[in-house]
Design a protein around this ligand. Structure first.
Ligand SMILES: NC(=O)c1ccc[n+]([C@@H]2O[C@H](COP(=O)([O-])OP(=O)(O)OC[C@H]3O[C@@H](n4cnc5c(N)ncnc54)[C@H](O)[C@@H]3O)[C@@H](O)[C@H]2O)c1
Length: 391
């Protein structure tokens, strides 16, 4: 197990000119909303931070939060039956919102309205309407809201942006992104990912948000203008998909997409061609490719998306007038803290040093607008315009 000081020294230090917040003089009080699967990663990271006390946690399921803190050797942490009772009873600096997608917006807004900084798990939420409400609450509160995209801290993901920013590709005009799994509908501890009432969106939100973030972040998050989307649920609705897990009845409650595809027009004349799958009858729907006027980049697909690229990238360009390829080897995240620890640390540093959110809602609202647009377009069966209201 790493020592707390190692974690701190291995994370990029805040800029020297950053002004510390008054709260830097004491330990930050953090609460966890939703003590399910991903909350484990949050708590394990917080435990490594020397300037944080996790003092409270909430979960709707009776006894779940108590069992969670017991499992992590933190029996003294106060627990509550929902996020609201916790926010009312505790004076918290920050919360991690680790609830299922359909319960992202309300706890986030309730926390921001009470002056509490929020680290919100991905995807930001389910609809664009919710994303707008979250951004408005953030603006009103003046608090830090960061969205939980840990791949942003991966050196290979950062390399994609560096290549685009270097001008090596020239003007980017076409991107194909996505990926997914031949079989891999997530039901880790039950059905919260696949039910409409809890997950709200399927592969599209769960892993689609990552693949969209990878390429949109690389090109500076241009505004999405129109989308023609498609979603399907052929595998999720088939009991055979879940027989191997001993739960054919999961097909009865499956209420989200297991595959999505879309053709998206972005500001600046850029086309984004997207497809993502939790299940399909092929190994991959294709690598990510970024085409520019001077060069092209191939990024091998990944079936998981919550960490890094699927293999070494290839840059197609010209050297001395000759068409050539340069392999970009995988960069080891050596000497650095884990991606999750960096996600948590960068959120804490934004609070402590009055810095902007490491993964800002001003970008991710565009990611959410695309997801929302794909869903709406798929239902209507035609292309639609995307309009993101002013915040
Ligand atoms: N960043 C990552 O790598 C990663 C990985 C897995 C999941 N996630 C995201 O994390 C989120 C949660 O996923 P999970 O697998 O942990 O789900 P989960 O179903 O295991 O846990 C969610 C918990 O939230 C609780 N909850 C819901 N509403 C609540 C409320 N108002 N107050 C208190 N508790 C509430 C539920 O009772 C449940 O126990 C999802 O949005 C998912 O996309 C992120």
């Amino acid at each position: 197990m790493k020592k707390a000081d190692d974690v701190l020294t291995n994370i990029d230090a805040p800029a020297e000119e950053a002004t510390p917040c008054a709260c830097k003089e004491r330990r930050l009080k953090v609460g966890i909303i939703g003590t399910g699967w991903i909350a484990d990663s949050h708590i394990m990271s917080y435990k490594q931070m020397p300037d944080v006390d996790v003092v409270a946690g909430a979960d709707l399921i009776p006894g779940k939060a108590d069992a969670f803190f017991k499992k992590h050797g933190m029996e003294g942490v106060r627990t509550y039956p929902n996020h609201l009772t916790m926010l009312e009873a505790e004076k918290l600096d920050a919360v991690s919102v680790c609830t299922y997608n359909m319960a992202h917006a309300v706890p986030t807004i309730d926390a921001l309205n009470r002056g509490v900084h929020v680290l919100l798990e991905k995807p930001m939420c389910v609809t664009l309407e919710e994303a707008v409400a979250i951004c408005k609450a953030e603006k009103k509160s003046g608090k830090v809201l960061s969205i939980g995209f840990q791949p942003r801290f991966d050196a290979n993901m950062q390399m994609i942006k560096k290549i685009v920013d270097s001008g090596e590709l020239g003007r980017v005009y076409y991107i194909q992104t996505g990926g997914g799994r031949r079989r891999g509908i997530p039901t880790p501890f039950g059905t919260t990912f696949i039910e409409k009432e809890t997950g709200g969106i399927g592969a599209l939100g769960d892993i689609g948000c990552y693949s969209l973030d990878m390429v949109l972040n690389a090109i500076g998050y241009p505004k999405p203008l129109t989308v023609s989307g498609y979603t399907s649920d052929f595998f999720g609705k088939n009991p055979a998909t879940f027989i191997g897990r001993g739960h054919p009845e999961y097909a009865d409650v499956f209420g989200v997409d297991d595959f999505a595809a879309a053709f998206i027009r972005l500001e600046g004349g850029i086309i984004l061609d997207f497809r993502i799958a939790w299940a399909m009858n092929i190994n991959t729907p294709g690598d990510t490719i970024i085409l520019g006027t001077e060069g092209g980049l191939r990024i091998p697909s990944t079936d998981c998306w919550n960490g890094t690229v699927g293999g070494p990238m290839t840059l197609y360009h010209e050297v001395a007038g000759e068409q050539t390829e340069t392999i970009i080897p995988i960069i080891e995240n050596k000497g650095k803290a884990g991606l999750f620890e960096q996600k948590i640390r960068s959120f804490l540093d934004a609070i402590l040093y009055n810095k902007p959110a490491p993964v800002p809602s001003s970008q991710i609202i565009r990611n959410q607008a695309i997801i929302d647009g794909i869903n709406r377009s798929a239902k209507l069966g035609r292309e639609i315009e995307i309009n993101i209201p002013e915040i």
